[in-house]
Write a protein that binds this ligand. Structure first.
Ligand code: UTP
Length: 297
């Protein structure tokens, strides 16, 4: 266990991937900037950070990703234009995008895997615990998924990751965990002791139906484990390997997500997320529902 327990203030958002599952849309445009209903995918993750009390978001970017920096930067010309044209509410919306938190950027020169992307943020994170959020996963729950992990870290001094129940036939696309009861009364069955995990198992080799869903709160020691991880296929450094070492040496919790997860990083998942979130939209959700009902499905 970490000797010193620090507050979780920083979050790493890796956005340097090539988005190959989304071609041709992602040839020139970052996957994380694809809009789901009315805002880019990555903004959902940043809003989750803000709602979770994060103060500093660190983007791990790559080539062709400058639209992400622009999106979270100040836009004084646009704000003045909207003010001058009688649209102060839109000007405020533009100002609110960055939510008053601090943004930093570092570059992953080659997309060598999620573990490598997290390791790239080492200097900016420093010697403190931090969150990791995958920008192509939107998570909905009364308590934000990252907030729940931070609370577990702050109560135990150990890292925690979000898992969710996954239909058996889809487990092959996930990291799948094996676990034992967490035995922390405050969280009941929703917090488990993570024993091990397997990346993308064959359907009959999955150790459980709990898949890793893209939210993590980790102690800084994870950087040492990632540093020692041997690159796998394609020279990639997998976050899973670092997490397995962390679980074995320091302990790691798994929090079973108490809400909805939208994996919008592939085309079908993106379409489902778009429809489900559009149906919930307070302005046009009802009209959209009526429209869907007119379709011969
Ligand atoms: P994904 O595997 O979903 O994204 O990684 P990808 O690699 O861009 O997509 P495909 O598989 O080619 O379609 C989850 C997140 O991690 C980032 C991605 O940008 C994405 O937001 N990532 C992935 C990195 O930052 N660096 C990497 O080397 C790999």
């Amino acid at each position: 266990m970490s000797s010193e327990r620090k507050r979780v203030r920083k979050a790493v958002l890796p956005v340097a991937g090539l988005g190959t599952r989304f071609l041709p849309a992602t040839k020139a445009m970052p996957k994380e900037m694809l809009p789901v209903v009315d805002k880019p995918l990555i903004q959902y993750a940043v809003e989750e950070c803000i709602a979770s009390g994060i103060e500093n978001v660190i983007f791990v970017t790559g080539r062709r990703k400058s639209a992400i920096e622009d999106h979270f930067d100040f836009a004084p010309e646009l704000e003045h234009f909207l003010e001058d044209h009688g649209k102060p509410e839109l000007a405020q919306m533009v100002r609110d995008i960055s939510g008053g938190i601090h943004f930093s950027y570092t570059r992953q020169n080659e997309a060598l895997g999620l573990g490598h992307a997290v390791l790239t943020a080492r200097e900016l994170v420093g010697d403190e615990p931090f969150a990791v959020l995958l920008g192509d996963v939107i998570m909905e729950s009364p308590v934000p998924a990252t907030r729940a992990l931070i609370e577990i870290y702050e109560a135990t001094g150990q890292g925690a990751i979000t898992v969710q129940e996954v239909p058996r036939e889809e487990l092959q696309f996930y990291g799948v965990i094996s676990s034992s009861p967490g035995k922390i009364p405050r969280w009941g069955d929703s917090v488990l002791r993570l024993n091990d995990m397997v990346e993308k198992p064959k359907p009959d080799a999955a150790p459980s139906n709990l898949g890793v869903s893209g939210r993590y709160v980790l102690p800084p020691e994870i950087f040492d484990y990632l540093d020692q991880t041997e690159p796998g296929a394609g020279g990639e450094i997998q976050l899973t390997d670092g997490l397995r070492a962390l679980a074995a040496k320091q302990g790691l919790w798994a929090h079973v997500h108490q809400g909805k997860t939208h994996d919008a990083g592939n085309k079908l998942g993106f379409l489902k997320a778009t429809v489900e979130l559009a149906l919930k939209n307070p302005k046009f959700g009802n009209e959209f529902r009526r429209y869907l009902k007119t379709l011969e499905l």
